[in-house]
Design a protein around this ligand. Sequence first.
Ligand code: PMP
Length: 394
Amino acid sequence: MQLSQRIRGINPDASNSWEVFDRAREMKLAGESVVELTIGEHDTATDTAILSHLHQSAVDGHTGYSAMSGTDALRQAVAARVEARTGVPTSAANVLITSGGQGALFAAHMLACDPGDSAAFIDPYYATYPGTIRSVGAVPRPVMARAEHNFEPSYAALSTSTRGSRSLLVNSPNNPTGVVYSAETLNNIARACQENDLWLISDEVYDTQVWHGSHISPRTLPGMEERTLVIGSMSKSHAMTGSRIGWVVGPEAAISHMAELAINTTYGVPGYIQDAALFALQQGRSFEEDIAAPFQRRRALIQPLIAAQDVVRAVPSMGAMYQMLDIRATGMSGIDFALRLLKEEKIATMPGESFGQAAAGHLRVALTVDDDTLTGALGRMLAFARARALQAAG
Ligand code: PMP
């Protein structure tokens, strides 16, 4: 049977960003011991208090079809949270509950783009971005943010590379780079969106993980509220990756159109998950800080190790659960380095190439193992890089 262009086009060159991750999992299944510094998932499970709440909600009968745009209580809680954090008046009508941040990214692009439209995003990018854009029939258009510029896009790149696009997707704190965009960069983003009449899709799923600088939601900037769709998620802030719950915050009319999409795709997020998410949000900031703390601590632990050598360079991570390492001095690509590192040192990392051209020759290290395992693995990685660099120098 014939397959649609659109479904075949989601990953047109059948590339696998997760190749190293998949191999590491195979090795583990075969009984090998591998240090996994690959995906952005906490090394702790969802808190048992949240799980008890989830269970109780189900036992109490919230097992039927649930409110498709989200329960009123959860939408109100998300609205209150966004308003408290940003100062922008926000009500339940500005919130759509989705299947994770990923569902929100899809809905936002469905809202912004028609088939064939160009949808811009910043490179390096979270690995699903181009596929999400192609899933709605739009054409991904990268805006380069180079390591030499702290992985932040310049105004020139933003302005020229988004001309003629319908939307611009940005992510701060950033996965994979760990960079928190400066106020200047965010102002430039806002300016480019206004000049080129773009929807701004602002992926803020790491907004509780900021170690340096401060998180500014671009929805707060002058003239941006009406053209910004904020992507949120409980995955990172509350260690609820498997619960698949997130949201889009945006103008009321946009939200009600995206609600139509929810009716015709997911038919809503399970009620007991929504109740658990509400309970989780009610636990307040200190709960979120406890979940974020290990990443902040590990980020601090590894900086001196990186600073103590001169082969691997790094833009110090300012937020999220990652550190990017620049391994270009070894003469190897990120993918070759990551595959050899896995084979020889049994350490799995994500090659920068999985996150775009601007991240080529880099590795993304997820800070998602205990402190000693992380520092031990990083020490071995740095020694491995030094040996490769010496070899390359002949
Ligand atoms: N955006 C970014 C930047 C991410 O890193 C992720 C997950 N790794 C997501 C969105 C999607 O997360 P989820 O669907 O679990 O909310």
